[in-house]
Every structure is written in C-alpha cells, then in structure tokens.
Design a protein around this ligand. Structure first.
Ligand code: CA2
Length: 149
C-alpha cells in the first residue's frame, strides 16, 4: 500500500497565523505543514501538502491523489467545504479515504458553516481543536487504513 497522504487546504488558509487569531490561533500554515510531516514520518507516511485559493486547482490535486494511488486524503477545504459539490464529486471519484478537518468549531459559528458537502464522503470529521486537528486526522487515517486497508 502507498505511504503517501495528501493534505489539502482551501481558500484563505494561506493567511493562517496572520489574522483572526481569536478564531484560528497563531499557527501558520507552514507550521501546520511541518507538524504534519513530523507526525506522518513517525507513523511511516509521507505528505504531499498543498494549498490553493482556487476550487479547480483543488479538484485537480484531488485527481492527482487518486492517480498517484495515495493512501488517503486530509482536507480543510475552507469555505468551499460549505459550497462545493465539485470537491465532493472529486473526492468520491478517487475512492480514497478522506478525513475532513476544520481548525475552528464550525458548529458554534454561523449557520451556513454547519453543513459541509465533504462530510458526506469523509470517513471522519475533526473540528474545533485548532491545528492539532491535522495531526489527529493523520492518526485517524492510519487507524482506518490499519483496520480496513
Ligand atoms: O475552521 C476552519 O478550518 C475553516 O475551514 C476555515 C475557513 C472557513 O471558511 C470555514 O468555515 C472553517 C476559513 C479559512 C480562513 O482562514 C483565515 C485564517 C487567518 C486569517 C483569515 C482567514
């Protein structure tokens, strides 16, 4: 089985650590990437880490993960989580196990954040635990792969 996990980030997450620390904390996306690589390495995985503000670029990256035969996907699609049937279809099309991550607790925020399309195909959803959610997602994905392959 592949040891490659794709960690994908959607719009505005490149701004992490620069604004709105009350909601998203002060970690930068670069520090999230480092934490993901470190934890994945400890568990025997490699990471392809990607951020885009463009929905189409995220769809293309999901296709790439499928074609690469990745072990799985971790995705924080940002606001596209709440709007994008295209991302839902792309993830479903890969057949890869996917863990959805949100830094903030989307259920204590505006009602329009309470629904996500990606949760319809995710094996699990982590939200509200800050950037720690990404490394927890790696652990959850590994447990899933150990159980069901
Ligand atoms: O909590 C999350 O991780 C979100 O996916 C973040 C998205 C938001 O639209 C989702 O509802 C929940 C927004 C990301 C914006 O990130 C920023 C970080 C710092 C400064 C400004 C934006």
């Amino acid at each position: 089985m592949s040891n490659l996990i794709y960690v994908l980030n959607g719009p505005n997450l490149n701004l992490l650590g620069t604004r709105e620390p009350g909601i998203y904390g002060d970690a930068t996306l670069a520090s999230v990437e480092t934490a993901c690589r470190d934890r994945a390495g400890e568990l025997g995985f490699e990471i392809e880490f990607f951020q885009s503000n463009s929905e189409g670029a995220l769809v293309d990256k999901i296709h790439e993960a499928g074609q690469a035969g990745a072990a799985g996907l971790i995705i924080n699609a940002g606001a596209y989580s709440h709007t994008s049937i295209a991302l839902l279809d792309a993830i479903r099309g890969t057949g890869l196990p996917c863990v959805e991550v949100h830094i903030s607790n989307i259920f204590t925020r505006e009602k329009f954040r309470h629904h996500t399309y990606i949760s319809l195909v995710a094996i699990g959803v982590i939200c509200g635990l800050g950037p720690k959610g990404y490394t927890l997602a790696i652990e959850g994905l590994k447990d899933h792969l150990d159980r069901v392959g």
